[in-house]
Design a binder for this molecule. Structure first.
Ligand code: GTP
Length: 342
């Protein structure tokens, strides 16, 4: 069994939230020698999380419901909060819960609380119920862990909207593009679904600032960010790139699916009346993320498409492939991802 202080020190070398969760379960597994241990994070809107995702797991988790839980980060079929009632009770009450799993194992659930409320549940499955001293030790470690996690999380977010920031986009882009299966051709989606990068740019935003002032402009950005979060799925990553420009990484089966999702966003924005300002539209350009893409190559293609949307009336969705078919962009740009980097 390792030393709790050593375990805590080893956690704080990480600056990546996924790696932090994995390090926590490893550190606690060393300390407690459990049968299984996992972190279930809340996903959905900040104020109103709707689903669970397994962010880290060690050992064969019985999960006291007896059901296997999805682990893939982009899973569409994540369990709703009510599907794990004891875990939900743990975050609702903010208290440790003790349960007996089907196979006779003891399950202890610990809430992870951030400054803005509950964010996750740590599940420890052991042959014997955890003693009071272990519960106290784990609770203490979780408080320090969560404070550190909050600092890393805040460093990844845009201060006005709370969306992910540009720095995080560059950091996480490679995780996604390197995991993509190689498609048969640049214009086809890889089997099992691909990733699309969309650039969303609010139309005539300068005139919003000019007519209503910067504070109202900021409020439009804040509300637009909230609407985007609500209209997109929780596995889609949403960034603010500064100004009135947002970027989305969408996991979709095909270009048609990505276009449908982005049309829904465009229409939702156009139909919404913002307080004082009224209707605001958005132009959207998107491009498929190809294996071997860099953040700037994929962004550059989507940016060409959004430029085209701006030049052709705004309030529209244009894909980079539309430009290729129109003869306004070269196939060689779309093939940048096929270059062997290593
Ligand atoms: N309120 C507010 N305004 C911002 C912020 N960042 C950038 N802006 C403003 O956003 C405006 C962007 O203007 P432009 O780049 O000319 O684009 P636009 O008026 O939206 O025109 P099109 O994109 O061509 O439709 C500028 O007036 C910036 O000052 C911010 O954080 N808050």
């Amino acid at each position: 069994m390792s030393d709790p202080v050593e375990s805590l020190a080893s956690l704080t070398v990480h600056r990546d939230l996924d790696a932090l969760d994995a390090a926590l379960v490893h550190a606690l597994a060393d300390l407690l020698q459990p049968q299984a241990i996992a972190i279930h994070r809340l996903v959905g809107l900040r104020q109103q999380p709707s689903h669970w995702t397994l962010s880290a797991r060690l050992g064969p988790l019985v999960a006291w419901t007896g059901r296997p839980l999805p682990v893939r980060p982009f899973d569409d079929e994540l369990p709703e909060l009510a599907a794990l009632p004891a875990h939900k009770a743990c975050i609702d009450t903010g208290c440790v819960q003790h349960l007996t799993a089907e196979a006779g194992a003891a399950v202890t659930l610990f809430p992870l609380l951030s400054g803005r409320g509950p964010v996750a549940v740590l599940e420890v499955q052991s042959a014997q119920p955890l003693g009071e001293a272990d519960v106290q030790m784990v609770s203490g470690i979780l408080r320090v862990f969560q404070n550190f996690w909050n600092v890393v999380d805040e460093s990844e977010r845009d201060t006005l909207t709370g969306l992910l920031n540009r720095k995080t986009f560059d950091d996480t882009f490679f995780k996604i593009s390197l995991a993509l299966p190689r498609p048969p051709s640049a214009l086809e989606a890889p089997a099992g679904g691909g990733c699309w990068l969309a650039v969303l740019d609010i139309d005539h935003f300068k005139s919003v600032n000019d007519r209503f002032g910067h504070l109202i402009g900021d409020e439009v950005l804040l509300l637009a960010a909230r609407m985007l979060r609500e209209m997109l799925r929780h596995h889609d990553r949403l960034y603010r790139f500064g100004g009135e420009e947002f970027v989305v990484l969408l996991r979709c089966g095909s270009e048609a699916d990505a276009r449908r999702a982005l049309e829904r966003v465009r229409e939702g924005m156009a139909n919404h009346a913002f307080p004082q300002v009224g209707h605001v539209t958005v132009s959207i350009g998107f491009a498929q993320v190809l294996p071997g893409d860099t953040p700037s190559s994929a962004f550059g293609r989507a940016d060409k498409a959004v430029y085209h949307a701006k030049q052709h009336g705004r309030n529209r969705v244009v894909s980079y492939n539309d430009l290729v078919l129109l003869g306004q962009a070269g196939q060689e740009d779309a093939r940048v991802g096929e270059v062997e980097l290593f």
